[in-house]
Design a protein. Structure first.
Ligand code: FES
Ligand code: MG
Length: 598
């Protein structure tokens, strides 16, 4: 691969502009401060940004502070100059009211950095759930050469000889606590056992999902997504990532060259095969819109539903991140799908080769962890997309529903039954926590649990609160799940059979706003329908009454950003992006460089 620099690097507009020598001097003098010499800055070497998402506030990505050293070495060895800068921290489990609020904020900040500073290319340090889409979305908008480096998952968690996985153990442990099987101290100990090292969640939660999909999209080096954070190979992948971005600048290989419709369809197929998170459709929709690719939600069903589940990771299966890497990671999965025509092989990746060339010979190293295509954990493991009078669009992850349930409601044509029952409606997680165990609420095995007020506007930010456990009195009788439906999200680490991301949300006066506890609801998975069994005339009356009251009530904004984002955020089915931002695409090409600052 040639490392010749292209005729004109965008950083030259800052550091080498003979037409405006006093501005060039002003730019140069301050960047000399941290040790890059004048000669280097004026040498025409590409300036490579390291978008640093790790910090003490973001333990999942904190190892990037270490990996950045190897990145810098790779960048310098390939002839580039590295400049590291912070990205607004997003930590999934620490940020209130939800990390979902911050994805678009980090995106916005990174767009300004990538566009407004003398950067020719960027390494996106991805990891914890929202850091991956935020970084990819910004790189897509600005469209300078970009490569993603995953921080990698934590080592496997263990407790009494069994694997304990991030998040998944929490959902299990809270049932054990509710049933009185463990006390508070044991609860904390059990959960803590799942986090033995630096890195992101070791289950197939949103982090492993999005890092796998970044590789499937072609945005990270092949085989790099699954390497556990503390492994030696992780350091090595940082070095090669640093080297490669310098070459990408020379080749002018940009996100828009990689993030094509084929790449998104590949990611959808991989998401089904890995048992990926229900957050993926939100983030891929957002990314597609920022790069100008038409990706309707229905593509998740058309391209993804028929794909079998191959990766045996919690929550859908048994294993964890170290096992996934050992078994072959993303290339092994893509290799299986390719042999069955489920991958667009020509899609280009950051290494300059096609995904087909990268993965054609990839093999599975442990068939217990990554199953061969002909012996999957489950057939037809992708999402289905539902609509009805409760919402225009929502998705359901079918890989986590029980075989009995699938047979009865989804796949067996001889038993074309829909499930139907009375609704119990919660307005936000506080309401749910207050009332879930109260026998007076009347929850039975027939009940469908609803969560609303949890979307991008209502929460605000769309929180992962739709996965609700049954009341303790049912858990002790052996009932471990009830159908959950809501306008918020669900943690990727949860295995609940839920209908999620309902759009439009209650706060935008979607059908969920009109639902009342006690209404009968019918979910017909075969017809992909979800309806409340109430005449249209009554729904219209309820809607008029609600509008007269001023709409569906939700908490007041607590920060400027909450208010600003509420004013322009879209719904989950279309990526929940800042709607005004979509028209700014490929700005490094369409807008030139910004004007001088003095
Ligand atoms: Fe950060 Fe799971 S909480 S990766
Ligand atoms: Mg989460």
């Amino acid at each position: 691969m040639s490392t010749e620099t292209p005729a004109k690097l965008r950083s030259r507009a800052w550091f080498d502009n003979p037409a405006n020598i006093d501005m060039t001097a002003l730019y140069l003098e301050r960047y000399l401060n941290f040790g890059i010499s004048l000669e280097e800055l004026r040498s025409g070497r590409p300036i490579i940004g390291i978008a640093q998402t790790g910090s003490d506030l973001s333990p999942c990505n904190r190892h990037h502070l270490v990996l950045a050293e190897r990145l810098r070495e790779g960048i310098r060895d390939a002839g580039g100059l590295a400049i590291e800068f912070p990205v607004h921290p997003i930590q999934e489990t620490g940020k209130r009211p939800t990390a979902g609020l911050d994805r678009n904020l980090a995106y916005l900040g990174l767009v300004e950095i990538l566009y407004g500073y003398p950067l020719d290319g960027v390494v996106l340090t991805i990891g914890c759930d929202k850091t991956t889409p935020a970084c990819l979305m910004a790189a897509a908008t600005v469209n300078i050469p970009a490569i993603a480096l995953s921080v990698g998952p934590m080592l496997n968690g263990w407790h009494k000889g069994e694997r304990t996985g991030s998040g998944t153990i929490v959902w299990k442990a809270r049932q054990m606590l509710a049933a009185g099987e463990i006390d508070d101290a044991q609860f904390i100990q059990l959960v803590a056992s799942s986090a033995p090292s630096t890195g992101y969640c070791n289950t197939m939660g949103t982090a492993t999902t999005m890092n796998s999909l970044a590789e499937a999209l072609g945005m990270s080096l092949p085989g790099s997504a699954a390497i556990p954070a503390p492994y030696r190979d992780r350091q090595e992948s940082a070095y090669w990532t640093g080297k490669r971005i310098v070459e990408m600048v020379a080749e002018d290989l940009k996100p828009s060259d990689i993030l094509t419709l084929d790449a998104f369809h590949n990611a959808i197929a991989v998401n089904s095969a890995i048992g990926g998170s229900t957050n993926a459709p939100i983030h891929l929709a957002a990314l597609a819109r920022h790069v100008g690719v038409e990706l309707p939600l229905k593509d998740w069903e058309h391209k993804g539903h028929q794909v079998p589940l191959l990766v045996n990771l919690q929550p859908a299966g048994e294993y964890l991140g170290e096992d996934y890497y050992r078994a072959g990671g993303v290339p092994a999965v893509v290799g299986q799908l390719m042999r069955h025509g489920l991958i667009a092989e020509d899609a280009l990746t950051v290494n300059g080769r096609s995904i087909g060339d990268n993965c054609r010979d990839a093999t599975i190293e442990d068939e217990k962890v990554i199953r061969p295509f002909d012996n999957p954990l489950r057939d037809e493991a992708g999402f289905i997309v539902l609509s009805g009078n409760l919402f225009d669009a929502a998705i359901m992850k079918t890989s986590v529903i029980s075989p009995e349930f699938r047979d009865r409601y989804l796949s067996n044509p001889d038993d074309p039954e829909a499930f139907e029952g009375p609704a119990v409606v919660f307005d936000g997680p506080e309401d749910y926590h207050d009332r879930i165990d109260d026998p007076a609420v009347g929850i039975t095995t027939e009940t469908l649990l609803f969560m609303r007020g949890a979307g991008p506007i209502g929460y605000p930010g769309a929180a992962e609160v739709v996965n609700m456990r049954p009341p303790a009195y049912l858990i002790t009788e052996g009932v471990h799940a009830l159908p959950c439906i809501g306008d918020g999200r669900q943690s990727g680490t949860s295995g609940s059979p839920s209908i999620l991301n309902a759009s439009p949300e209650a706060a935008a006066l979607g059908g969920l706003a009109l639902l009342r506890t006690g209404d009968r609801v019918r979910i017909d998975l075969r017809q992909r329908r979800a309806d409340v069994l109430i005449p249209d005339s009554e729904l219209a009356e309820r809607r008029a009454a609600l509008q007269a009251e001023g709409g569906y009530g939700y908490p007041a904004s607590q920060t400027p950003w909450q208010e600003m984002q509420r004013g322009c955020v879209g719904q989950l089915s279309t990526g929940a992006i800042l709607e005004g931002a979509e028209k700014y695409q490929r700005i490094a090409q369409t807008k030139g460089v910004p004007r001088d600052n003095h």
